[in-house]
Design a protein around this ligand. Structure first.
Ligand code: SF4
Length: 402
């Protein structure tokens, strides 16, 4: 496969990381757990993990325009995202990689990264999307057959959100040999202490699933071409980013030079990452969305009456009573109703800004919730109607992986 037209991996990055030690002092986050990260924690976690702030980057306005997660500051942190900005400016190829664990219906949490990759695709990145059926088996005991059914449904949702399958490569972990081989390949450079330092003491199968994910993240460069790759994540997924960035230096891509007939090896780019704010529980901003608490989330396929009820019971940034609300205004920054519109359901910036100002100006939460519930239910009804046409397309894409 030709790898012409690419920028060279920045050498200093590879060298800088050559002596990195993932068993260093950073705290342990559990990517499979239910740890809550409050808005106040992002700055501290960025400092502890050495994550840089997006606001310190010089990003041209034309890029903000195409990505509402950057524009609305839902993405706040990054590692090496400047490489992606450079690739866009120089019109060189770059990739965005993400994935989904097919453990059930599409919900507000899975919708976040799915929508992000669609926005990154609008910015010109080729999408690489992993269906993490091995992780679903290891973490949740879900069979590959059941995962496949869920995956078709999930992929149809992503296509409905706007993913262009012609500019995307989508795979099931259990059927992608390069990915399945990665625990053996990367395992040569990994010790038990290293995994413990990054993930804490976990079942061995979860360590293996993490190594499979290394294969997912490096796949764009190992399968197609050496190019900058960005992985949009929440801070809870930071352990996976640390692991893959540490292991990348052990991998190279070898091509035969068509002119000389000799083999030529190139180091890979260390994967970049962007970090988005996590969506807390609908009913309690201090807790994470969790299947064990049905009031904390909803799926796009849920009964509209149930979604409406959850919206009306959502945690808001409203004051203690009408008088205070009218005098002081609400606090949209801590309101789940506002967050849902900001992240998912209000694509129009002006309408979102209008709600922000009306809230600050003393709008009452009851009326606001009713309006928001209508916007959200209309969006979901339209989504589900359009999704029907994408089911056979999703089925066909995933069957190519057999
Ligand atoms: Fe949230 Fe609306 Fe109440 Fe403001 S008025 S706090 S946006 S529900």
């Amino acid at each position: 496969m030709s790898d012409k037209n690419q920028g060279d991996p920045p050498k200093e990055l590879d060298e800088k990381n050559a002596s990195s030690d993932p068993s260093s002092q950073a705290p342990v986050l559990n990517p499979w757990g239910q740890d809550i990260v409050a808005d106040d924690d992002y700055q501290r976690l960025c400092e502890e993990f050495g994550i840089k702030f997006v606001q310190e980057l010089e990003i041209p306005y034309s890029m903000f325009e195409k990505n509402r997660f950057l524009r609305r500051k839902i993405i706040y942190g990054h590692r090496d995202f400047d490489m992606i900005v450079k690739a866009i400016q120089e019109e060189k190829p770059w990739a965005v990689m993400s994935g989904i664990k097919p453990s059930g219906a599409f919900h507000l949490g899975t919708m976040m990264t799915a929508s992000e990759i669609v926005e990154f695709q609008h910015m010109g990145g080729k999408v690489y999307y992993a269906i993490a059926d091995v992780e679903a088996y290891v973490d949740n005991g879900i069979s590959f057959e059941e995962s496949f059914e869920n995956a078709v449904d999930n992929l149809a949702d992503i296509l409905t959100l706007g993913l262009d399958p012609k500019e995307a490569y989508i795979w099931l972990q259990s059927r992608e040999q390069l990915v399945k081989d990665m625990p053996f390949e990367a395992g040569r450079y990994v010790t038990n202490n290293m995994m413990k330092a990054i993930y804490g003491d976990r079942e061995f199968a979860l360590y293996i699933a993490a190594l499979i994910q290394v294969g997912d993240i490096l796949l764009p460069q190992l399968k197609d071409q050496v190019m900058p790759t960005v992985v949009p994540v929440g801070i809870d997924q930071e352990p996976h980013i640390r692991l893959v960035r540490d292991l990348t230096r052990h991998f190279k891509r070898t091509n035969v030079d068509p002119k000389t007939g000799k083999e030529k090896s190139r180091p890979l780019f260390k994967p970049a990452a962007t970090y988005h704010k996590l969506l807390p529980g609908l009913d309690d901003i201090q807790k994470k969305m969790s299947k064990s608490n049905p009031n904390s989330y909803f799926n796009l396929g849920d009964d509209p009456k149930s979604i409406r009820k959850k919206m009306m019971g959502a945690f808001t940034g409203g004051r203690r009573n009408r008088e205070e609300q009218e005098k002081l205004g609400g606090v949209p920054e801590i309101c789940m109703v506002y967050k849902l519109l900001q992240i998912h359901f209000q694509p129009d910036d002006e309408k979102l800004q209008d709600r922000y100002l009306r809230c600050r100006g003393g709008m009452l939460c009851g009326g606001c919730k009713k309006e928001a519930a209508k916007i959200i239910l209309d969006y979901i009804a339209d989504h589900n109607e359009r999704k029907k046409a994408f089911i056979p397309i999703a089925q066909e894409i995933l069957s190519r992986n057999e």
